[in-house]
Design a protein around this ligand. Structure first.
Ligand code: PEP
Ligand code: MN
Length: 345
């Protein structure tokens, strides 16, 4: 599965434009400047899924003509979000080049199925944003539903996940989840949306670079002619000039020699992972033995003081050798949990 568009394009495939279409003026002026920055696909949301009521919910079908004008005036392709079969019916009138499914919609299998059914018989490429939650099966389930309905070109947009912690990002990246999607669908096009992930202007450039270093195919970046006045997602939208600067300064590493050089690191990582597994196996064997001992001597399995001591020692030793506290804590917690499980009757 891939986007037809990707075949002849160099990385990154860039989609840019405002979070929402607000007026004809705003859309056209943004589009002209975005095209000047070298972008070939223009985005704008017409129907906005807002988490809370009372916000700007989009101009709706009125904006379809504006999008069409953008394509006519700039030659860029156009993409917008669809969440219902009614949206698809309306948007088909302007023959969009691509469509995307938003994060809230991917969360709902009924909605995705309804969209897939409405798309039967069309040949429009569809980009599927990751669901808000970390349930990867919702994301891959959406891809399967579209694929089963005959959608030939499917891509993914990684926009980060809604979590209680990780407040430095609006939505935590959790890069391993899209990597697992690439494992499940090896040829699928993968884009990163640094705007919804970072939630703030300053994070756009570093996230774009990270995505390129992780071999993403492209980027979807919210760009507004006047971000301060934006009716939605104001804090994360950048100007077309900022977009141009970010794109010009991206470092694209795809030199085959550099990629070959990774091989040596990879074998070292494989060896170390192997060692780690063997050490863990020995650790669990001791846990089983101590479990037997506790049972014989009627000692309770879990002792809070001992666990605390193990955790604190590991954290301070870890610090000395440059390991992050949260990382050490999560490893020790996982080891402890497994160890307690093995000792329970
Ligand atoms: C958007 O792209 O403007 C949007 C609503 O995104 P998401 O579905 O990722 O929240
Ligand atoms: Mn947005």
């Amino acid at each position: 599965m891939y986007l037809v568009e990707m075949k002849n394009l160099k990385r990154p495939l860039v989609i840019a434009g405002p979070c929402s279409a607000e007026s004809r003026e705003q859309l056209l002026s943004t589009a002209v400047a975005v095209a000047e920055a070298g972008v070939r696909i223009f985005r704008a949301g017409l129907w906005k899924p807002r988490t809370k009521p009372g916000g700007f919910e989009g101009v709706g079908a009125v904006g379809l003509e504006w999008l069409k004008e953008v394509r006519e005036q700039t030659g860029m392709q156009i993409i917008t979000e669809v969440a219902t079969p009614a949206h698809i019916e309306q948007v088909m009138k302007i023959n969009p080049n691509l469509l995307w499914i938003g994060a809230r919609t991917t969360t709902d299998p009924f909605a995705v199925q309804a969209i897939a059914d409405a798309l039967k018989g069309t040949s429009i490429p569809i980009l599927v944003k990751n669901p808000l939650s970390t349930d990867i099966d919702l994301w891959s389930g959406a891809v399967e539903r579209l694929s089963n309905a005959g959608v030939a070109s499917i891509g993914l947009i990684h926009r980060g996940f809604s979590t209680y912690e990780h407040k430095s990002y609006r939505n935590a990246p959790l890069w391993h989840i899209p990597m697992e999607m690439k494992r499940r669908f090896p040829s699928i096009t993968l884009l990163c949306d640094p705007s919804h992930m970072g939630g703030s202007r300053t994070l756009i450039a570093p996230i774009c670079q990270q995505a390129m270093d992780l071999m993403y195919d492209g980027l979807m970046i919210e760009t507004h002619i006047n971000p301060e006045e934006a009716l939605s997602d104001k804090a994360q939208q950048i100007t077309p000039a900022e977009l141009k600067f970010i794109l010009q300064n991206l470092i694209i590493r795809e030199n085959s020699k550099e990629i070959e050089g990774i091989g040596a690191y990879r074998s070292e990582i494989d060896e170390l992972d192997d060692e780690l597994l063997k050490v863990l196996s020995r650790r669990m064997q001791i846990s089983r033995e101590i479990g037997e001992y506790k049972k014989e001597h009627k000692i309770p399995v879990f002792q809070n003081d001992r666990y605390n001591e193990i955790l604190q020692t590991a954290i301070s030793k870890g610090k000395e050798i440059g390991l992050d506290e949260a990382f050490v804590r999560s490893i020790i917690e996982a080891i402890h949990q497994e160890s307690v499980r093995l000792q329970l009757p």
